[in-house]
Design a binder for this molecule. Structure first.
Ligand code: ADP
Ligand code: MG
Length: 404
């Protein structure tokens, strides 16, 4: 059996017209003789009637507090509505489809409500359905805890449902259908001429997703990478093949230009920079600062430790708490709120001289101040004020000639 997993995101299912496009892709897969598992997200985005955020609004409108177990029960409804609706459209066209919840599809998870992890997928039932020639429609974003409780997988969880099902079923491909033509060289909402990439490696897309390019959830990529299942990120609204995500060896076989200098520019917003300067004799400042952050569950990023003190970033939502803790330790921390971390990503930059110089040149030309920077062998990060985000990302995109 050649199995294909297709996942349709919220905007790909939000209107009858959008669902018609999805059905076109389903029909095509059937024509290509695939046994088909279709994973669905909740329809639409915040504000639309069946979107997850809208459903959550019911809690605020009815008292405001709900235990995480019952919250998951509510959050899982959006996908259920979506699966039943798509199933109705397929059945009324004479296509043999069956809709399944995560639990019915055999998806077992931990019992961390709101952020559960998939532990196993029992594939017997799904395989039996596929053998009968039926289309299995599975609700994304959810599973069942060991005691049978409904759990949800956290933001972007439907992507992970899809790749985990693909891995368990040894699918030929997992197709992630969304509202853009694939992985682009930058977020198309802020870079008008961002270019779709034909192919990216698991590592490249993981880096982009982890740094804010949420076209696919990073966890979903990890799951696909572990099982070595190729993923195609494609548009529901076109016939394009989108971006092929696979391992280096597969891509090289397909003529992938290995290690291009820069793959793309990603950014993530809403972080604050915190700096603490060491006074005379404060030799243990570095240790005390990071120990305190860790003990209080504040996650830190862009860490810079030097003899005269430390600089690092936290999410804006944690800034006040972090500052309070540092003052209690007797320090005088300084914070710059409302910053954006811009990431220049590319497997080929390792050891290539001049990339940092180009970054500084691009930002200086646009008079964008760099608050801090850091680098690894595949990524250079610069921290800028959020007001400079659009200018900074576009300047870097231009400097590295990533446009279409
Ligand atoms: P879905 O509902 O289909 O899961 P998402 O909103 O989660 O869709 O992801 C698709 C969106 O990701 C696109 O509409 C785009 O605005 C955004 N995005 C951010 N960075 C990138 C990028 N580098 N390439 C493609 N899309 C990106
Ligand atoms: Mg998504």
């Amino acid at each position: 059996m050649r199995i294909l997993v297709q996942k349709f995101g919220g905007t790909s299912l939000s209107t009858p017209e959008a669902r018609e496009h999805a059905i076109k892709h389903i029909r095509r897969a059937l024509e290509e003789q695939y046994a088909l598992v279709v994973v669905v997200s909740a329809m639409g985005r915040r504000g639309e009637p069946y979107a997850t955020d809208t459903l959550l609004g019911l809690i605020d409108a009815n008292g405001g507090s709900l235990a995480s177990r019952e919250r998951d029960l509510l959050m899982a409804c959006g996908e259920t509505i979506s699966a039943a609706t798509l199933c109705a459209m397929l059945q009324s066209r004479g296509l043999d489809a069956i809709a399944l919840t995560g639990a019915q599809a055999g998806i077992e998870t931990t019992s961390e409500f709101g952020n559960a992890r998939i532990t196993d997928i029992r594939t017997e039932r799904l395989l039996a359905i596929l053998k009968e020639g039926k289309i299995a429609i599975v609700t994304g974003f959810q599973g069942a805890a060991p005691n049978g409780d409904v759990t949800t997988l956290g933001r972007g969880g439907s992507d992970t449902s899809a790749t985990a099902l693909g891995a368990a079923l040894k699918a030929e491909y997992v197709d992630i259908f969304t509202d853009v033509e694939g992985v682009l060289t930058a977020d198309p909402r802020i870079v008008g001429d961002a270019k779709p990439l034909d192919q990216v490696s698991y590592m490249e897309i993981c880096n982009m997703a982890n740094n804010g390019a949420k076209v696919i959830h990073p966890r979903a990529v990890e799951v696909a990478m572990e099982a070595d299942i190729p993923v195609r990120i494609r548009s529901t609204f076109s016939d394009g093949l989108g971006t092929l995500v696979a391992g280096q060896s597969v891509l090289r076989g397909k003529g992938h230009v290995q290690d291009r200098l820069i793959t793309g520019i990603a950014h993530s917003v809403n972080v604050s920079q915190i700096q603490v300067h060491a006074a005379e004799g404060q030799y243990d400042l570095q240790l005390r600062v990071f120990k305190t952050m860790a003990e209080n569950g504040i996650s830190v990023d862009l860490i810079n430790v030097n003899p005269s003190g430390v600089a690092y970033t936290v999410y804006d939502t944690e800034t006040e708490r972090a500052i309070g803790l540092l003052k209690r330790l007797g320090y005088e921390p300084q914070a710059v709120k409302d910053c954006t971390k811009v990431s220049v990503i590319g497997g080929g930059m390792n050891g290539v001289p001049g990339v940092m110089a180009m970054i500084i040149e691009a930002l200086t030309e646009e008079e964008v101040g760099i608050l801090q920077s850091a680098d690894s062998n595949t990524t250079i990060w610069v921290l800028v004020r959020s007001a400079d985000t659009v200018k900074a990302v576009n300047a870097l995109h231009r400097k590295f000639q990533l446009h279409a």
